[in-house]
Design a protein. Structure first.
Length: 197
């Protein structure tokens, strides 16, 4: 069963990825999608997410399509912001308190939780290496998260990230200090910055 041109267009418009909901809206039934997978003309990249067989799946993008509440944070956000040279083996995400993260843990994600009212504070859209947009924390929120979670992270990664942040021309120290107050980490943040600035 060849891939219908409407589905090819849909895949192109969405960067090589299509969700069941998007396909259904375009008139493709779940059964038709299943048959396209069986015939090898479509590949199931995850629950409710399909890609064309020629494409390499963008795991970061697919994970967020499936679970819009997850926000890339800590080591993964450092990588996206070019504040570390370490390629994340497992992705680190932050979810709101009360979110059932068991499946994410099973899939190898490192999970942090935060109060619901702070969950979306400081989010930005970042591009994955495949060119898809994902939600991650911005520079200042990422630095604050790393300092808050420093006992659960490699301290060398945290120090290197703060050093790199201090050298950046796009840093916003006033935003960083406000964020540090919100997360009650002004003191440890100052001690890091005093050494570096």
């Amino acid at each position: 069963m060849p891939l219908p041109s409407e589905l090819q267009i849909l895949l192109q418009q969405n960067g090589g990825t299509v969700t069941t909901a998007q396909a259904n809206d375009a008139g493709f039934s779940n059964e038709r999608l299943r048959l396209l997978v069986v015939s090898g003309n479509l590949e199931r990249a995850g629950h409710g997410v399909y890609i064309s067989p020629e494409d390499i799946p963008d795991k970061m993008y697919i994970a967020q399509l499936r679970r819009p509440k997850l926000i890339y944070s800590h080591e993964t956000a450092l990588f996206l912001h070019d504040l570390t040279d370490r390629d994340p083996i497992n992705y680190t995400v932050t979810v709101p308190t009360g979110y059932n993260a068991n499946k994410l843990r099973e899939e190898g994600f490192t999970i942090f939780t935060v109060k619901r009212e702070l969950h979306e504070l400081g989010t930005v859209q970042m591009e994955t290496m495949f060119g898809h947009k994902v939600t991650a924390y911005g520079l200042e929120r990422t630095i604050c998260d790393c300092i808050r979670s420093r006992s659960q992270m490699d301290i060398a990664v945290v120090i290197d990230a703060v050093k790199r942040y201090a050298r950046r021309s796009d840093k916003k120290l006033n935003v960083l200090m406000q964020m540090a107050e919100t997360f009650r980490i002004t003191k440890p943040l100052r001690s890091y910055l005093e050494v570096l600035l």
